[in-house]
Structure formats: structure tokens, C-alpha cells
Write a new protein. Structure first.
Lengths: 113, 115
């Protein structure tokens, strides 16, 4: 079936470096993508989203890139800080699917001081 | 705005007991969702609602029931709890659907243990 997955279960980066978290999706009809951040003991928190008519979107210190040709999504975090340590989820949605999101399993970002 | 709130935060049940988890949102969102999160499984949709008085099954609905009597509240019920229902439960809401571009906002979660 269709699924959203992440390549790596954990990512360790040095404080101050840039982080890149990757996500592959398999539903070619997906047209909306979201990145969530989940800190320990808390619910997922919206970071940034992108629609399929775009290939790049920037937020504060974060950038999401979408490559529809290879069905790949990435989240770039600039100047990674200790507060960025969390689990990150990508999610995808297909228009008409009642806004039901399909989530990846999550990747843990660990920031080394 | 409080956003999405969940009650209770923690609960321990014995097998066969029943309970109801309450989700409330003050953002006037039409859509509400219940997920469970298990290690290595990500978030899985249990049930969802597209408006007051309506509910629909998600990916893993068995053993759960829901009700949406008021727009701001979405209740998740376990009639006869089983150890397999030990999980962290998250409620979410979104403003509107049909366009497939509406962000879901999540509550803080309820950690449920069934012994």
C-alpha cells in the first residue's frame, strides 16, 4: 500500500551545523506535505508545510524541499540548536482524502553540544 | 486560545475496564482526529470526524468508539480495555478539509497503560 517513510531512524549533528532530514513517500497523488516536531512527552508540533505546486518553502531557520520526480521530501534546519533535539515526522495528504494524513515513523535528531 | 487539550494526561486501567478520553479544541475547527502512537509505528489514525454529529473509521478503529456531539469536543471510548491498547493517544483538529491542505494541530497526549 501507499506509505510514507524516513530513511534513517536517528541523526546526530553538532550544534551550529545544518541538519538535513529526509523523507520518501510513495503515493504519487499526494499533494500536501507537512513536517512535525515532537519533543519528549509532548504532542507533534507543526513546523512547516508545502504544497505540490512548490518545490521549496522557507520558514524561520527551516526549509522544506520537495522533489516530486523522485517522491522525496527533506527538512533542512540551519544552525542547529540543542532545542532542535526531537523526533521529526513527515506527513503527506492527498486532496479529497478527508484531510487524513499519512505519517512516517519518525526520525530522532540529536544535537551534540 | 488553549488550542487542543486532552483529559486525562495519564491513566492506568485493568483489562476489561472502560474509559473515555476527552479532546477539546477552541479553534472552531471542523475536523477532529484520534491517533495512537506506539514505538516504531508512528502515528496511526483510529477515528476521525468531519463535523459535529459525524464520525468515521480510520486505520485502526477496532476496540474503540467515538462521539462528536459538540463541535469542540471529540470523545474516544474504550469499552473493554486490552493490553494491546496500551499506547499514547493524541487528538488533533484541523480547520477545514476537502482541499487537502489543512494543517492538523495536536493535543499533548494521553498515556494509557492497560494491565
Amino acid at each position: 500500500g501507499e506509505s510514507v517513510g524516513l530513511h534513517l531512524p536517528t541523526l546526530s549533528v553538532q550544534e551550529g551545523d545544518n541538519s538535513i532530514i529526509n523523507c520518501a513517500y510513495s503515493n504519487s497523488a499526494s499533494d500536501y506535505f507537512i513536517w512535525y516536531k515532537q519533543e519528549s512527552g509532548k504532542g507533534p508540533q507543526f513546523i512547516i508545510d508545502i504544497r505540490s505546486n512548490m518545490d521549496k518553502r522557507q520558514g524561520q531557520r527551516v526549509t522544506v524541499l520537495l522533489n516530486k520526480t523522485v517522491k522525496h521530501l527533506s527538512l533542512q534546519i540551519a544552525a542547529t540548536q540543542p532545542g532542535d533535539s526531537a523526533v521529526y515526522f513527515c506527513a503527506e495528504n492527498e486532496t479529497g482524502a478527508n484531510s487524513k494524513l499519512t505519517f512516517g515513523k519518525g526520525i530522532t535528531l540529536s544535537v551534540r553540544p | 486560545n488553549a488550542g487542543v487539550t486532552q483529559t486525562p494526561k495519564f491513566r492506568v486501567l485493568k483489562t476489561g475496564q472502560s474509559m473515555t478520553l476527552l479532546c477539546a479544541q477552541d479553534m472552531n475547527h471542523e475536523y477532529m482526529y484520534w491517533y495512537r502512537q506506539d514505538p516504531g509505528m508512528g502515528l496511526r489514525l483510529i477515528h476521525y470526524s468531519v463535523g459535529e454529529g459525524t464520525t468515521a473509521k480510520g486505520e485502526v478503529p477496532d476496540g474503540y468508539n467515538v462521539s462528536r456531539l459538540k463541535k469542540q469536543n471529540f470523545l474516544l471510548g474504550l469499552e473493554s480495555a486490552a493490553p494491546s491498547q496500551t499506547s499514547v493517544y493524541f487528538c488533533a483538529s484541523s480547520l477545514y478539509s476537502g482541499r487537502g491542505t489543512d494543517t492538523q494541530y495536536f493535543g499533548p497526549g494521553t498515556r494509557l497503560t492497560v494491565l
